[in-house]
Design a protein around this ligand. Structure first.
Ligand code: ADP
Ligand code: TRP
Length: 329
């Protein structure tokens, strides 16, 4: 039996943060030993927000160095840049023909983006799920490691796979599933008391942040005036700090502060100092590798070129089959 296939990508819109790491990249690193994996940098997807050419060049290199620093090993899991493998554009076009305006307009992330950038509600934003589905179906992926916020895009990818099969009356594409090792997808909260950690929320701790920056961000995190009852449920800003602590600290450290919260002796200053130290201890080795990989332009180019070649081999086969199914020569 062949190994199950895995694909995932991240848009190059800045540096990777703890949310990206724990929601996605950590799973990439573990999956590369267990599945037939490929990972990519979704630079075409990033055009929906009109980045400058310099932004794109810089962010693509950064994410590539960061993928490697996190432990993705191109010998196990090729890494490619989306725009290097043009085959996906053809599949994107075919999927666009079978995607309906109404359903695309109802996608939550489309509505959110349209609200955030009312002057730039472009067609790429609308058909974002078609391009994402093309990325996935092109590799006939079984599993897609992504964070919770990508669930709806994954639903769309499954819908487009089913619809293609129905239209052409063939069992060709299989429905990809989103994947995480934990029971529920991880959602890393931000430090400003509400919502998820995200680049556009401005509440991120980046893997490349230095010790002083991490400390400053953690010490500024929103808290309250402390627990008012024994064993009370933690309100959101405090629960968020504990959620991050659970990810980066030892179970003993977590239990120590959890007990202190429950018996109302906690001092948030101490909690934050410990959290900052543990985040830094987690990020420091990755940070050093980011710096080293970023400086090795030749290696980065080689990784991307080899990744593109592997992805193209697989993609070309899919495109040839799809053309045949659709009725092209
Ligand atoms: P951002 O929200 O910062 O722009 P992206 O949307 O580019 O991040 O997400 C890239 C990957 O990281 C996706 O798989 C997404 O689900 C995951 N991810 C992003 N933020 C979080 C978070 N706070 N918690 C869990 N996963 C996340
Ligand atoms: N939409 C994903 C995000 O914002 C990025 C992405 C594009 C992706 N194509 C993909 C993820 C294919 C997994 C598979 O994070």
């Amino acid at each position: 039996m062949r190994m199950e296939r895995v694909i995932s990508g991240i848009r190059p819109t800045g540096n990777l943060h703890l949310g990206n790491y724990f929601g996605a990249v950590k799973n990439f690193v573990r999956m590369q030993d267990e599945y037939d994996c490929m990972f990519f940098i979704a630079d075409w997807h990033s055009l929906t927000t009109h980045p400058t050419p310099e932004n794109i060049r810089q962010s693509v290199r950064t994410i590539l160095a960061e993928y490697l620093a996190c432990g993705i090993d191109p010998a196990k899991a090729p890494i490619y840049i989306q725009s290097d493998v043009k085959d996906v554009l053809e599949l994107y076009l075919y999927l666009n023909m079978n995607a309906y305006l109404g359903e695309l307009e109802r996608v939550t992330s489309f509505k959110e983006k349209a609200r955030k950038q009312p002057d730039n509600v472009n067609a790429g934003l609308l058909t974002y799920p078609c391009l994402m589905a093309a990325d996935i179906l092109m590799h006939k992926a079984d599993k897609v490691p992504v964070g919770k916020d990508q669930e709806q895009n994954m639903e769309m990818a499954r819908l487009f796979a089913r619809r293609f099969n129905r239209i052409y009356n063939i069992e060709y594409f299989k429905e990809p599933e989103s994947f995480h090792y934990t029971k529920d997808a991880v959602k890393v909260p931000g430090l400003n008391g509400t919502g998820k950690m995200g680049k556009s929320e401005g509440n991120c701790i980046y893997l490349c942040d230095d010790e002083a920056t991490i400390k400053k961000k953690v010490m500024r995190a929103v808290t309250d005036s402390g627990p008012e009852r024994l064993n009370q449920e933690k309100p959101e800003p405090i629960a968020n700090l504990f959620t991050i602590m659970e990810l980066v600290s030892t179970p003993d450290t977590y239990a120590y502060f959890d007990d202190q919260y429950n018996n109302m002796t906690i001092r948030y200053g101490d909690l934050k100092k410990q959290l900052a130290a543990d985040i830094n201890a987690f990020c420091a080795p990755i940070r050093e590798k980011i710096i080293a990989f970023s400086a090795d332009e030749a290696y980065l180019s080689r990784v991307a070129a080899e990744g593109a070649e592997r992805a193209h081999e697989r993609a070309r086969q899919t495109i040839e089959e799809v053309r045949h199914i659709i009725g092209f020569r």
